[in-house]
Design a protein around this ligand. Structure first.
Ligand code: GLA
Length: 378
């Protein structure tokens, strides 16, 4: 389909095609821009990019979601492109900024990651394009470096001050595993996440809440964390351990900063505890309470949840989930829950009923992972 779409737009076949997935984060929320730990899994929802080089410097982009209209970007500079095409242009710009000679390109994209659901459709788009260009031009860029490049495109070209988790997840996740990400070093470890083998499943429930606040509040949280790290004299909040939480310096912070710090420090510890359970002999169900504690911390200390997410989490726990939490940036998007395999529909019913009672839009089930990270198609 996509190769035909490319042909219809550009009158020739593509040279390469690359797939990059969206992600869901098991635990470790808002920790990435604090140099901390996260544990995402790739979803079986992807963006595919078909590419071919041009003889000029222009970027011609089209997408199946936008009817195949071709947008021509003659000059790839920050501030000149908006909408979905800025993620494509951002990847090209960031590769050029990194010193790579990237000629003009024809790019056609198609995707199954729902935009606006907090499942990283933007990172999937950036990473499919960046990985496609790397392959097309035989650049041989290491995956962690490619993640940094795609992340720079999102921060400096698109202008969204996100951390690096989403790009790292899209490029570095592997099938049947979660990815332990150290956002400071970009060191990653594949962590076995074979829930089916334990008769379990990770449900992903889209609350279908438009997350209007996410951009401004996300940037505000980031500023609060950076200010707290400065006040505490550490490079990033990752450099504090849980013992520091009871110490004088943290106690002296204003109450809002203190809560933000408590979330980041305790969340980093929960990621490592989760990984210890997943890699040790303990029952995998033991990660459930850590997921639920993460939600409580995001709701009360980091204040990035919302009524729909809290209602979904409560309904899932009430219906027998081992643990549940909001996932992603917050203010809407998805909740996840660790449940017995086969109980997903009845669990979703519980969320549906609670949403009806509150007058919320009906929730939807999203296919869960773990799925493979970015790869070449064909
Ligand atoms: C968004 C950002 C990520 C990360 C999460 C919260 O998804 O893009 O970098 O900060 O929020 O964990």
């Amino acid at each position: 389909m996509g190769a035909q779409g490319f042909d219809a737009c550009f009158g020739r076949p593509p040279e390469v095609s690359w797939v990059a997935p969206g992600r869901v984060n098991v635990i470790g929320e808002h920790t990435d821009y604090n140099d901390g730990f996260a544990l995402p899994v790739a979803l079986p929802l992807v963006v595919t990019a078909w590419l071919a080089a041009r003889n000029d410097d222009q970027l011609h982009v089209a997408s199946a979601q936008h009817g195949g209209d071709v947008a021509v970007i003659a000059d790839v500079r920050p501030g000149t492109v908006d909408g979905w095409a800025s993620y494509v242009a951002g990847a090209v710009w960031a590769l050029r900024e990194a010193g790579h000679h990237v000629p003009g390109l024809d790019v056609y994209v198609d995707g199954t990651v729902p935009p606006g659901a907090g499942l990283s459709s933007s990172a999937a788009l950036e990473c499919a394009v960046a990985a496609g260009i790397d392959d097309l031009l035989h650049l041989g860029i290491r995956r962690p470096d490619l993640a940094r490049i795609a992340h720079r495109g999102e921060n400096e070209f698109v202008g969204a001050p996100t951390g690096i988790m989403d790009q790292a997840a899209s490029l570095l996740c592997t099938d049947r595993h979660a990815l332990l990400l150290d956002a400071r070093s970009l060191h990653t470890t594949a962590v076995p996440f074979d829930l089916a083998g334990h008769a379990l499943a990770m449900m992903v429930v889209d609350t279908r809440t438009p997350h209007r606040l996410v951009d401004s509040e996300y940037a505000a949280r980031r500023r609060e964390c950076e200010a707290a790290a400065r006040a505490l004299g550490v490079p990033a909040l990752r450099d504090l351990d849980v013992d520091a939480l009871g110490g004088e310096a943290v106690t002296a912070l204003d109450p809002v900063q203190r809560r933000r710090v408590r979330h980041i420090v305790s969340e980093n510890a929960r990621v490592l505890d989760t990984v210890a359970i997943l890699t040790g002999d303990a029952d995998v169900r033991a990660i459930g309470p850590l997921l639920t504690d993460s939600h409580t911390s995001l709701r009360d200390d980091f204040e990035v949840s919302c009524d729909q997410l809290d209602t979904a989490v409560d309904a899932l726990l009430g219906a027998g989930a081992y643990g549940a939490r909001m996932t992603g940036g917050g203010f809407g998007g998805c909740a996840i829950a660790l449940v017995d395999a086969g109980r997903e529909e009845s669990m979703l019913d519980a969320v549906r009923r609670a949403f009806t009672d509150h007058g919320f839009t009906a929730p939807a089930l999203v296919p869960g992972g773990p799925a493979p990270g970015a790869h070449r198609l064909g």
